[in-house]
Design a protein around this ligand. Structure first.
Ligand SMILES: C[S@@+](CC[C@H](N)C(=O)[O-])C[C@H]1O[C@@H](n2cnc3c(N)ncnc32)[C@H](O)[C@@H]1O
Length: 443
């Protein structure tokens, strides 16, 4: 009937119920898994072997107590890890758990083996179970050089923190064992930077992305106030604060507000401009570990392609001994390489802005390279590896932040005749379920 509206009944939220169960494994997101009745439930902060009291809602459960502690449990290093609990030197009560870390409560051997297992599982799903998974190369704590802080206007004040697991609740942080202390110390400054913006929109929500560049902190305030919404007072306040904080750059949704000089990062000794929010490996030691695998892999090759090059993490490391052709879809990243490429001591670097998903390098174009490096986003490099699989390039080095898409791409290359013996895990995102991989394929 025209005009008649049907009201949809709101879906009934499942009622929580109490249960006790043994945690049988750790799932892909780092949560414990347990079987309760006929369902598998996911239990954050649980360890395999725990006999746990649970509050179960649907397929999720909260850990409410432990009848037996797992042998692979250990005390987390951070007071914000896990559920609200006492902590800190004064035993102060803090808010809810920080959603940043999932796995601080597992002993190191178990944790390392679990991360290797993620890669093994992904490889064996693609028929590559013979490939050796090497021991992890792990970043040290307090090495992360970029962070996305959440900032909201609460109680007449800009409050900064990270979000609680699976929620939008802000957790103010008194300590963090992941971030570089210099980055962590900036959080009050970052909150203050948002105050002029909250005056324009107190309901706004910001994710402030902070990167430690060569020249100091580079801050992007990302959120619900656009650059054109700023009045003169807000502009002046922001510039003044940025100057007082000695920021290397301040942008609002990537639009520059304060840029006192060049903002650079240094790759293998070459400084290059960092685009606002431009890609950078999460830790310096992770970056160096990946560069070592890449350099060992390409060996003496004199002409190399660096596909999905970003601003040149691998390009500049390889250009010390080989001609490099860097290809990437983000024009600002290629522009950064173009600025850095004329340094003394580097072999010629050529560049191309190109979408490698839609327009992969074809076998004819690949002919001139003795080695190819590819380091795609999470989606992987399917279209490009299909072309590589049919090429004669003798050495290919794959780097990836997704074991699943890496394994799919690896299977395409091995079906095309490449040999893959081993995969090197690089753990830049310690205590999280993420793991990076790097591997060398040879014909
Ligand atoms: C994981 S990052 C690696 C960057 C660089 N290798 C590094 O280590 O700094 C992936 C890069 O792929 C680029 N990218 C994403 N989609 C792309 C596409 N369709 N074609 C080409 N590059 C793409 C991103 O802009 C990003 O720079």
């Amino acid at each position: 009937m025209p005009g008649r509206r049907f009201k949809r009944k709101p879906a009934k939220a499942p009622k929580p119920f109490a249960a006790e169960a043994e945690i049988v494994s750790i799932g892909l997101q780092g949560d414990g898994t347990a079987i309760v009745g006929d369902r598998t439930v996911h239990v954050p902060f649980a360890a395999p072997g725990d006999v746990a009291q649970l509050s179960v809602t649907g397929t999720k459960a909260q850990l409410t107590g432990l009848s037996k502690e797992s042998a692979v449990r250990k005390a987390p290093v951070c007071r914000h890890f896990g559920h609200a609990r006492d902590g800190g030197p004064n035993n102060e009560k803090l808010g809810d758990e920080c959603g940043g870390c999932a796995l601080q409560h597992l002993d190191t051997d178990y944790y390392n083996a679990w991360k290797q297992g993620l890669i093994r599982q992904a490889l064996s799903r693609e028929g590559l179970s013979h490939v050796e998974v090497l021991p992890l190369l792990s970043s040290s704590p307090k090495m992360r050089r970029r962070a996305g802080y959440s900032v909201r206007w609460i109680g007449g004040k800009a409050q900064i923190g990270f979000l609680a697991k699976g929620s939008h609740r802000l957790v103010p942080m008194a300590e963090c064992h992941v971030l570089d202390p210099e980055l962590f110390a900036l959080r009050d400054d970052v909150a203050r930077l948002c105050e002029p913006l909250f005056r324009l929109n107190p309901k706004a929500w910001f994710t402030c992305f902070v990167t430690l560049a060569d020249s100091g902190a580079d801050v992007d305030l990302g959120g619900d106030v656009a650059e054109e919404d700023l009045d003169l007072a807000a502009r002046e306040a922001l510039t003044e604060l940025a100057r007082a904080m000695k920021l290397s750059r301040l942008t609002l949704n990537r639009v520059p507000l304060y840029v006192p000089g060049p903002v650079t990062v240094t790759f293998a000794g070459t400084p290059v401009p960092l685009p606002p929010k431009g890609f950078l490996q999460a830790t310096k030691d992770g970056e160096e570990a990946l560069q070592r695998v890449v350099l060992d892999g390409v060996g003496e090759a004199s002409h190399v392609a660096d596909l999905f090059s970003g601003s040149g993490t691998f390009t500049f490391a390889m250009a010390k001994r080989a001609n490099v052709h860097a290809v990437e879809s983000v024009p600002e990243a290629i522009a950064a390489i173009n600025v850095g490429r004329n340094q003394a001591g580097l072999k010629p670097i050529t560049t191309q802005v190109r979408d490698l998903f839609r327009q992969p390098l074809m076998p004819d174009e690949l002919k001139s390279f003795e080695a190819v490096v590819f380091d795609p986003p999470r989606a992987g490099a399917e279209a490009q590896v299909e072309q590589l699989a049919g090429s004669a390039v003798p050495v290919i080095v794959g780097v990836s932040c997704s074991p699943k898409t890496f394994a799919r791409d690896a299977a395409i290359l091995t079906a095309g005749g490449y040999r893959l013996d081993a995969v090197q895990p690089v753990d830049q995102f310690i205590w999280s379920p993420h793991i990076e991989v790097a591997a060398v394929f040879r014909r």
